[in-house]
Design a protein around this ligand. Structure first.
Ligand code: FES
Length: 293
């Protein structure tokens, strides 16, 4: 997901973002945009591998050695907490002959070590090579470590990037602080994670996710509480309130029709936030790993 673009203006509330989508007159792109392998390669190079992306939430790896495996295209990453309690992003590629180190999607490194299943080279939680059997005397173990990627934690979300020169995250950090911050994502915990594959290009999934033009016809129950269910003048009022910058309660949800920001019962997230945003008929068709914190 692209959170860092040099000219990106964050949609701080969903009302404004939806308005932009609604007033856009973009029609369907040519089929090649979604099916051409050459265009997909370009997507990977210029977008997905260039920008920062969210690899998970810190609550998923609370203890030293806990890890998540995150795949992006042909790349695979180990997001792991090291012995000092810091989050590291290590390439899931052994430096010996390139085997995948971790096959499971998540787990715990036994004895604070990652051991390659192929020839048993062993690394510490920062990726430093500890053990390599039967190597010649000239072998310099200290010079070898797993490749690492930069990590940035924002509101409890773990971001990393494959870019050689990572893009600035200032705007994204500000947007997240103002959106996820009011919901206390930094101290939230992942209660359930669902993975599902969508047989379509990734851009369809993103396009569907960032617009709610489809919500009223495709998700009538969800839309009963959605911003479009209330009179337009109330939305204008809400935007004015946002412009004044009041601190909203953690239970406030910009897609809710509830203008009073009434607290939700404990453990019960705002229904409009919890509702899924795809249906069988309108679901994008791409392989995606979407999880909700
Ligand atoms: S490929 Fe990992 S130890 Fe050989």
């Amino acid at each position: 997901m692209t959170l860092a673009q040099t000219n990106y203006q964050p949609p701080f509330n969903i009302t404004r973002a939806s308005h932009l989508v609604l007033t856009s007159c973009d029609l369907a792109k040519a089929r090649d945009f979604y099916t051409d392998p050459a265009i997909f390669e370009r997507d990977m190079e210029r977008m997905l591998l260039r920008h920062w992306f969210c690899a998970g939430h810190v609550s998923s790896i609370p203890r030293a050695g806990d890890y998540l495996v995150v795949d992006l295209g042909t790349e695979s990453l180990i997001i792991i907490r090291n012995s000092a309690g810091e989050v590291r992003a290590l390439l899931n590629v052994c430096r010996h002959r390139g085997s995948r180190l971790c096959a499971a999607r998540s787990g715990k490194a036994q004895s604070a070590r990652l051991t390659c299943p192929y020839h048993a080279w062993t690394y510490d939680l920062d990726g430093k090579l500890l053990i390599a059997r039967q190597m010649p005397e000239s072998f310099r173990r200290d010079d070898i470590a797993l490749k690492t990627l930069p990590v940035r934690i924002m509101e409890g979300l773990i971001f990393t990037t494959f870019a050689k020169d990572p893009l600035d995250l200032g705007i994204a950090a500000d947007a997240l602080a103002r959106s996820a911050g009011v919901h206390s994502w930094a101290t939230a915990k992942v209660a359930h994670r669902e993975l599902y594959s969508i047989r379509a290009n990734w851009k369809l999934a993103v396009e569907n996710y960032v617009e709610c033009y489809h919500c009223t016809p495709a998700h009538p129950e969800f839309s009963k509480r959605h911003v479009y269910a209330r009179p337009a003048e109330q939305n204008v009022e809400l935007e004015r309130a946002d412009a004044r910058g009041p601190k909203r309660s953690a239970s406030w949800c910009p897609t809710s029709t509830d203008m009073d920001a009434r607290p939700e019962p404990a453990g019960n997230p705002s229904p409009s936030c919890a509702a899924p945003c795809t249906t069988e008929s309108s679901a994008p068709r791409t392989t995606a790993d979407r999880s909700r914190a």
